[in-house]
Design a binder for this molecule. Sequence first.
Ligand code: GDP
Ligand code: IMO
Ligand code: MG
Length: 422
Amino acid sequence: MKVDVLLGLQWGDEGKGKVVDYLAPKYNVVARFQGGPNAGHTLEFDGHKHVLHQIPSGIFRENIKNIIGNGVVLDPVVFKKEIEGLAKFEINLKANLFISKKTQLILPSHKLLDAAYEQSKGKNKIGSTLKGIGPSYQDKIARNGLRVGDILAPGFEERYRNLVSKHENTLKHYEFEYDLAAAEAPFFEAIEFLREFNLVNSEYLINKSIQSSDTVLAEGAQGSLLDIDFGSYPYVTSSNTMTAGACTGLGVAPQNIGEVFGIFKAYCTRVGGGPFPTELFDATGEAIQKEGNEFGATTGRARRCGWLDLPALKYAIMINGVTQLFMMKADVLSILDEIKICTAYKLSDGTITEEMPFQLLDEEVKPIYETLPGWKDDITGVRSMDDMPAALESYIKYIEEATGVPIKIVSVGPDRTQTVIN
Ligand code: GDP
Ligand code: IMO
Ligand code: MG
């Protein structure tokens, strides 16, 4: 069977974790293909609220193989903590969790470099989660990185020391104080812990599933507007967050990609720095932030909020080949009398465009809005499209017509059950 891909179409935190957990029973395999502990995917079910960072969001469902793919960067310390946090759920991790030997490791010194780079950028800082993502991918591309499979071979510690001494040389060029030694004991403890798991050539696992009748769901992290190539560069993450990233991050041939599920919030949020044309700086923005509980699942930072941005959404649909849209957090907009949607941008030279410009700089890109009526109805208990308020149906139709892609799921709350099929 082909591999379905589920990914965020905005700046991350669209609700990917919730939907992967919801859809997981339909799949035999759930696989993460990029990113690392910068991700925070929230799942709510049976009164539990759980945030996953590196472990795929199919882990709470029975009999599903969860794979951490080669495109991921893995922090063993975060991994150990995450696994320990799962203990109360009595999950059979031996049967359900597999890690690619080609997954890159995040070293403690990668986190130091992340912090040093950010500090040196001053007011232009990216707003990184400081989890060592950029420096780890940097080592991968520079062909210096250490991979999960390397921990099984003799000489790992020596290779570690060699790489760390390179990092320390780099750190000398920054005014940055650090204590690496304190972080090393937990790191090596976590490496020992990691050895006990299924460390595999996951591209074979995935491709055997493709050859058989097994179904595979690839779970994206971050969102398309944070993609290293197509996002709001340089305010992006360091991986390809798009469908193509699932091919390289798992070893899946393009013709074996099936459905592409694009997840978006009924509005927009962004955490960290960088341009955000439809950002709201007023009471409406604050109200959305409060109602949507828009605080980061990884860093706890407040998420910036704004209106839905159709040019950006259409761009994300285009580069990902989205076949189905899922609209999240529709319930949050229930507080509003009217809702705006950005339909085009006016550029500083007066041009009106529906295309994403090279740079999304605030002074150059002004959103043009259409205003639609709000529904002002509590929809958190709705489970069928027949019971949706007419104004919400119109909002959905408007987006479907503008994008040409059907909205197949409407999410009306954080719980697994608060999910409506369209
Ligand atoms: P992810 O990174 O894409 O998995 O998303 P996050 O977990 O970082 O952020 C999404 C937040 O919205 C989490 O707190 C979810 O529990 C919550 N959430 C998901 N879907 C809905 C929804 O439909 N309505 C509301 N109110 N909250 C939701
Ligand atoms: P999930 O998977 C939202 C943002 C950071 C920062 C930029 C670079 O939960 O949707 P990095 O740590 O990668 O160097 O940060 O990207 N960012 C996210 N924003 N959701 C995420 O993941 C994010 N992962 C990174 O805030 O602006
Ligand atoms: Mg998140």
